[in-house]
Design a binder for this molecule. Structure first.
Ligand SMILES: [Zn+2]
Length: 267
């Protein structure tokens, strides 16, 4: 069996206890993408792996491969996100962001912009400067956009018109639809979409010009300025957050326990 070692920076997006002493980690790495590794002894207080081999740690990892299996040989912490370990609402939110990243990343495929996006999002969640709900929504939309689900927000996906009295987000159609096309179609815009509504054939959400502008900004802004936007109206903010969440869940075709727990605490 081939054995080899690699050293990589990585974000721990999941840490599951295994047996009495070990942890099974899911790492998101720049080049190797998502990998699963065993951290032997990481549950023991005096073990050198205990501190770096925890969820939401950005660290440097020395990995030993034997065939398809990998073990952590050594690891060190580069950065931790203390608020994501203390605030229960943030713990679930960080877990949800990690779960979505896990779904959107591939084994052996470079993580591309997804990794800096998750790191930026964790950083923003630890800062008082940003609105938590907007940080979450910006992550959801941007993560979907860079992972093959970029919504068409420039023109109506049915008639290609760029101007309309009002636009709607056609979640499963992957873009906006103008009010004229909606008026001549049999579907009705949804007033209330339950959180776990994925798998529906048609979800049409009314979006205001402010919400559309925010969505356009989030899918195209440079990553460093991703959160340099604001939404003043509470109604628009709610619509924006609901649109982003509905969009990513429906394209992933699943829900997440972490998200349900986050909503229970934040509402
Ligand atoms: Zn149209």
């Amino acid at each position: 069996m081939a054995t080899y070692d690699i050293t990589t920076d990585a974000l721990v997006i999941r840490a599951v206890e295994q047996g009495e002493h070990d942890r099974l980690l899911t790492l998101l790495c720049p080049k190797e993408g998502r990998i699963t590794v065993i951290a032997k002894g990481a549950r023991s207080l005096r073990n050198k792996l205990m501190s770096p081999c925890r969820a939401f740690v950005w660290g440097n990892f020395e990995l030993h491969y034997k065939g398809d299996m990998a073990w952590v040989r050594d690891a060190s912490v580069i950065k931790t996100f203390p608020a994501l370990e203390k605030d229960i609402e943030l713990i679930y939110l960080a877990q949800y962001i990690s779960d979505v990243s896990c779904e959107l990343s591939g084994q052996g495929e470079p993580a591309g912009e997804l990794l800096p996006l998750v790191l930026n999002t964790f950083h923003a969640l630890c800062s008082d400067k940003y609105d938590r709900a907007l940080v979450k929504a910006a992550f959801e939309l941007r993560a979907a956009a860079i992972s093959g689900y970029l919504p068409e927000l420039g023109e109506c996906i049915r008639c290609e018109k760029q101007d309309s009295l009002a636009f709607y987000l056609d979640v499963m159609g992957g873009g906006i639809v103008c009010s004229e096309c909606i008026a001549s179609s049999p579907e009705l815009p949804e007033a209330e979409i339950p959180v776990d509504s994925f798998g529906m054939r048609s979800i049409i959400l009314p979006i205001s010009p402010t919400v559309l502008a925010a969505m356009r900004y989030v899918v195209s802004a440079p990553l460093k300025r991703l959160l340099s936007f604001g939404i003043s109206s509470e109604v628009d903010k709610k619509t924006f957050c609901r649109a982003a969440e509905t969009y990513v869940l429906n394209h992933l075709e699943r829900g997440f326990a972490s998200l349900r727990l986050y909503h229970e605490l934040s509402e």
